[in-house]
Design a protein around this ligand. Structure first.
Ligand code: MSP
Length: 651
C-alpha cells in the first residue's frame, strides 16, 4: 500500500426517500476525487453515511407506526442502493446509529464535560420541529415559525452547552493563517464577517424533549443534540477513542470535507472548535460547493423536471449523469438543472464529440486496415501539434483536480477531444486511403487518433468509470499496460500494431423533443402519485377554508424590487432586504437565506404584503413580507411573468 494517504468525506445524509439529483451532487464529486487520487497512487479513505437521529425522524416514525430504527433502516437501505447505482466507490459507510459511533460520541461528550468545555444550563425558546430550530419571543410571528409558518412549541429545558465562544479567537487565527482551510475563498469571508467576528454564542448540545438520539452517558434524561453527534462521524468512523484506532492515526486529519454551502458554517466553526477542545488536529480543508437549482429555486420533485436520479440513470446511463453533474457548473457556484440541459450535453459532448471520435476511428481502422494497424507508420504534418496538446492535457487536468475544479478539468479533456476530431479533418484519412503509396502515412494518422483516444479514456476515468473500459475494449487498449495514470504523460504507450474490436455507439444520440415529452409524462405521473398520497382529510380541510373577496381585498399586495440583501447577524435563515416599492424603500426580513444567497436576489421583482403590521425579527424591523411558495425542503419566491413598475398593486 502507498504511504501517501488521502481522506475525503461527504456530509452524512438525512434519511429521506426523496433524494434527488441535487443530493447526488456532493457524493458524485467526492467519488470523482477519490477515484482520481486512487489512480494517482494514494491510499484513499472515502467516507459517506447517514445522519439518523433527531425529533423529526422520531415523529415520522411515530406517524408511520414503526420504531425510528425500523424507519431509518428502510430508508438507509435505499440510500445505499442509490450510491451503488451511481457507482460511488466509498470505502466506508457510517450510520450515526452504529454502536461504535454512539459509544464514541458518548466518550467525546464526557471528555468535554470533564474538562469543562461542556456545562449544564437552561434553554428556553419556541421550537419548530420541521426546521429543528429554536426561536425567541421577539422572533416568532403570531405564534408561528418565522421561517416556515408552522406552529411552534414553547420549550424550556435543562440543557448542556458547549463553550463555543471560548474558541472564537483561536478559530479566527487559524482561518486567517490557513487560507486553504475554507474554500472557495468567498465562503471564508462569509464565515469571518458574518459569524466569527460578530461573536459566537455557546451551543446547546443536549435535549430532553425527545429520546431518539445518543443518551448522555452520565445523565441519561439527555440525548446528544444534532451537530455534536453528526460531525463526530468523521472521526468515529476511523475508530477514534477505540482500541482499534489504526485508521484514525493513518487518515486523520481529513484532506477535505466536501459539503454543500448551507452547512459550511457548522463544518468551519462548530467542528473545528470541537476538535480544538479535544486537542485533535483540524481537517486540512472544508470545501463548500454550490447548489443545483431548478429555475432559481431549490430542488424538489414537484417542479416540472424529472430529478429522480434513478430514473435519470436508467434513461441515460450513470456515466452521462455523473459527467453532466460535474461538467455543467463550476463546483463552488450555484447552477441550474434542467432535463433539456442534460440531454443537450449528452448529445453534444458525449454522442457528438467523444462518441463519434471513438466510433469513426474504430470504423476507419476496420475499413482501411481490417482492424489491425501495421508496425510501419510515417509521421507527418499536424502530428506534433496533436502530440503536444495530448501531453499537456494531463498536467492541466491534475492542476484543476487538485483544486476541486471538476468542470475545468473536464473542459480541458474535451479540448483534447475537439483537437483530435479536428486532426481528422486536417489529415483527411479518406483521401490518403485512395493512394496505396500513402498507406504508411494513413497508419500514422490512425495511430495518432487511437493514441489520443487512449489518453482521453484514462483521463475520464474518475468521472466516467464505466465508459473508460468500454473504450479500451473497443479500441483494443490493454488495461494493465496502457492505462495507468502515469501513462497519460507518455506519447506512444499504445502498441504500434494495435488491433481494434467491433464497436457500437457508446452514447446514442437522443431526440430532444421526443425525450422531453416522455419526461414530461413521467413528471406528471409523479405529481399525480404524490397527490394521491396526500391524506383525504387534509384535502377536505383545505376546501372548507374559503375566504370571501372582501377578506382578500384587505391584503395590500405590491410589486417591489430587491435593491440590497444581506444576512441577519446570528440568524442563519434570515436575510435583511431593502425593497424599492414605488417611491419608498421598505426593509423586510425574510426567512429565505437557506434558499437564496444575497447576490442571487439583487434586481429580482417580488410581491410584498405591504400592509402587514411591522415586527422585529432578531432585533431588525420587518416592514412587510415577501411571498414565496414552499414545501418541506424547497422554497421559491413568487414573481411576475415580466417586469412591472415597482409599487404596482397586485390583485
Ligand atoms: N445531515 C446533514 C449533514 C451533516 S454532516 C455532519 C445534511 N444532510 S442533507 O441530506 O440535507 O444534505 C446532504 C448533502 O446534500 C449536503 O451537502 C447538501 O448541500 C447536499 N444537497 C442537497 N440538496 C442539494 C442541491 N439541490 N444541490 C446541491 N447539493 C445539495 O445536511
Amino acid at each position: 500500500m502507498s504511504s501517501k494517504t488521502f481522506y475525503i468525506t461527504t456530509p452524512i445524509y438525512y434519511p429521506s426517500d426523496k433524494l434527488h439529483i441535487g443530493h447526488s451532487y456532493t457524493t458524485v464529486a467526492a467519488d470523482a476525487m477519490a477515484r482520481y487520487k486512487r489512480l494517482q497512487g494514494y491510499d484513499v479513505m472515502f467516507l459517506t453515511g447517514t445522519d439518523e437521529h433527531g425529533q423529526k425522524i422520531q415523529r415520522i416514525a411515530e406517524e408511520k407506526g414503526v420504531t425510528p430504527k425500523e424507519y431509518v433502516d428502510h430508508i438507509v437501505a435505499g440510500i445505499r442502493e442509490l450510491w451503488n447505482l451511481l457507482d460511488i466507490s466509498n470505502d466506508r459507510f457510517i450510520r450515526t446509529t452504529d454502536k461504535q459511533h454512539e459509544e464514541v460520541v458518548q466518550k467525546i461528550f464526557k471528555k468535554l464535560y470533564d474538562q469543562g468545555d461542556i456545562y449544564k444550563s437552561e434553554y428556553e425558546g419556541w421550537y419548530c420541529t420541521p426546521c429543528e430550530s429554536f426561536w425567541t419571543e421577539v422572533q416568532i410571528k403570531e405564534g408561528a415559525c418565522p421561517d416556515c409558518g408552522r406552529p411552534l412549541e414553547l420549550t424550556k429545558e435543562e440543557s448542556y452547552f458547549f463553550k463555543l465562544s471560548k474558541y472564537q479567537d483561536k478559530l479566527i487565527k487559524h482561518i486567517e493563517e490557513n487560507p486553504d482551510f475554507i474554500q472557495p475563498a468567498s465562503r471564508q469571508n462569509e464565515m469571518l464577517n458574518n459569524f466569527l467576528r460578530p461573536g459566537l454564542e455557546d451551543l446547546c448540545v443536549s435535549r430532553t424533549t425527545f429520546d431518539w438520539g445518543i443518551p448522555v452517558s452520565f445523565d441519561d434524561k439527555h440525548v446528544v443534540y444534532v451537530w455534536v453527534d453528526a460531525l463526530s462521524n468523521y472521526i468515529t468512523a476511523l475508530g477514534y477513542l477505540t482500541d482499534n484506532d489504526v485508521d484514525y492515526r493513518k487518515y486523520w486529519p481529513a484532506d477535505v470535507h466536501l459539503v454543500g454551502k448551507e452547512i459550511v458554517r457548522f463544518h468551519t466553526i462548530i467542528w473545528p472548535a470541537m476538535l480544538m477542545a479535544l486537542g485533535e488536529p483540524l481537517p486540512k480543508q472544508i470545501y463548500g460547493h454550490g447548489w443545483l437549482l431548478l429555475e432559481g429555486g431549490k430542488m424538489s420533485k414537484s417542479k416540472g423536471n424529472v430529478v429522480d436520479p434513478v430514473i435519470l440513470a436508467d434513461n441515460y446511463g450513470v456515466d452521462a449523469i455523473r459527467y453532466f453533474l460535474l461538467r455543467e457548473v463550476p463546483f463552488g457556484a450555484d447552477g441550474v438543472f434542467s432535463n433539456e440541459a442534460l440531454i443537450n450535453r449528452i448529445n453534444s459532448d458525449l454522442a457528438n464529440d467523444l462518441g463519434n471520435l471513438v466510433n469513426r476511428t474504430n470504423a476507419m481502422i476496420q475499413k482501411y486496415f481490417k482492424g489491425q494497424l501495421p508496425e510501419k507508420h510515417q509521421e507527418g504534418e499536424y502530428d506534433k501539434q496533436l502530440e503536444e496538446m495530448a501531453l499537456q492535457a494531463p498536467k492541466k487536468v491534475e492542476g484543476y483536480m487538485d483544486s476541486l475544479q471538476f468542470s475545468s478539468a473536464l473542459t480541458e479533456i474535451w479540448k483534447l477531444v475537439s483537437r483530435t476530431n479536428k486532426y481528422i479533418d486536417e489529415t483527411m484519412p479518406w483521401v490518403l486511403a485512395k493512394d496505396e503509396a500513402k498507406k504508411d502515412r494513413l497508419a500514422a494518422v490512425m495511430y495518432h487518433l487511437a493514441e489520443s483516444i487512449r489518453i482521453i479514456s484514462v483521463l475520464i476515468q474518475p468521472f466516467m468509470p464505466n465508459t473508460a473500459p468500454i473504450i479500451w475494449d473497443q479500441m483494443g487498449i490493454i488495461k494493465e499496460v496502457e492505462t495507468p495514470w502515469a501513462s497519460t504523460k507518455i506519447w506512444g504507450k499504445l502498441r504500434k500494431d494495435v488491433k481494434v474490436n467491433d464497436a457500437k455507439a457508446i452514447f446514442p444520440r437522443i431526440d430532444v423533443e421526443k425525450e422531453l415529452e416522455a419526461l414530461e409524462k413521467i413528471h406528471k405521473k409523479q405529481i399525480k402519485m404524490q397527490q394521491c398520497k396526500q391524506p383525504t382529510a387534509q384535502k377536505e380541510e383545505k376546501q372548507s377554508e374559503y375566504i370571501t373577496i372582501d377578506d382578500f381585498a384587505k391584503l395590500d399586495l405590491r410589486v417591489a424590487k430587491i435593491m440590497h440583501a444581506e444576512p441577519v447577524k446570528g440568524a442563519d435563515k434570515l436575510l435583511r432586504l431593502e425593497l424599492q416599492m414605488g417611491g419608498e424603500i421598505r426593509q423586510v426580513v425574510s426567512g429565505i437565506a437557506k434558499h437564496y444567497s444575497p447576490e442571487d436576489l439583487l434586481g429580482k421583482q417580488v410581491i410584498v404584503v405591504a400592509n402587514l403590521k411591522p415586527v422585529k425579527l432578531r432585533g431588525v424591523e420587518s416592514q412587510g413580507m415577501i411571498l414565496a411558495a414552499s414545501d418541506e425542503e424547497n422554497l421559491l419566491l413568487v414573481g411576475l411573468d415580466g417586469e412591472m413598475p415597482t409599487g404596482t398593486k397586485v390583485s
